[in-house]
Design a protein. Structure first.
Length: 248
């Protein structure tokens, strides 16, 4: 019996599937380094233990699987039944025993990957709606998941580092964040320059430009570098280091 393979043919979707699978393995390795007793310890996200991070990653896969089902069947299937459902399931999931948390992450990731694999090529363009109300093609679910697994592996604080995330993933993530800043009328948006990749976000005449290595910019922009004055790897053109604007 021949092996079942991805139905997607678009080179961009195929590349994203490769990246998200690498990111899933990256998260799995980071989680495997966390002992059961250490799941109760703090993550890099304020207010969240490692349990919360693991529960979130598991339930995120289930939520995205619902969007893939929507694309496959045409039947509207929201990520969450209500605005508060996401936070509620994370809080409940964080109370699962260690084996349950690990199984949640593993089984939900496999289920989501199977749904991607079986989604026929012309359905990847079907429009679905995210929890934030954005209408996007189903292909966007792969990038949405990729951001979660790569970044939250670092949040487990078990040895995964920002500079281990592929540069192309970091650049795409910083681009998303910068666009989110620019879309907020109450946010002063700095330009960003990665000194090691020459990537730039924002105009050269911005009031403030922050430059430095890509992994430091990614850490700062995502809020994973809470004390910028403690590092010499980032520079502010106005000489006034500060926290990054909120992006989610």
């Amino acid at each position: 019996m021949p092996a079942r393979v991805d139905q997607a043919q678009d080179p961009a979707v195929v590349a994203d599937l490769v990246s998200v699978r690498l990111g899933t393995a990256f998260f799995r390795r980071a989680l495997n380094r966390v002992l059961d007793d250490d799941l109760d310890g703090a993550s890099l996200l304020p207010g969240w233990t490692r349990r919360h991070v693991v529960a979130h990653v598991g339930y995120n896969a289930r939520a995205l699987a619902r969007l893939v089902d929507w694309a496959a069947t045409g039947v509207e299937t929201p990520m969450y039944v209500s605005p508060g459902a996401r936070n509620e399931e994370i809080e409940v999931g964080a109370t699962l025993p260690p084996e349950g948390l690990r199984n949640l992450v593993e089984h939900s990731a496999i289920d989501l990957d199977v749904r991607w694999r079986d989604l026929v090529d012309d359905h990847w363009s079907h429009v679905v709606r995210t929890a934030q109300g954005r209408e996007v093609p189903a292909a966007e679910t792969v990038w949405m998941r990729s951001r979660e697994v790569w970044l939250h592996a670092v949040d487990l604080d078990s040895g995964a580092r920002m500079d281990q995330i592929p540069a192309e993933v970091q650049e795409r993530l910083v681009g998303d964040i910068h666009r989110a800043w620019a879309a907020r009328p109450d946010t002063s948006t700095p330009s960003l320059v990665a000194t090691d990749t020459a990537a730039r976000w924002g105009p050269s005449d911005a009031a403030t430009t922050v430059d430095g290595p890509l992994e430091a910019l990614t850490g700062w922009a995502t809020g994973r570098l809470p004390t910028p004055t403690a590092t010499t790897s980032l520079r502010w053109s106005d000489g006034r280091p500060g926290p990054a604007p909120r992006w989610i």
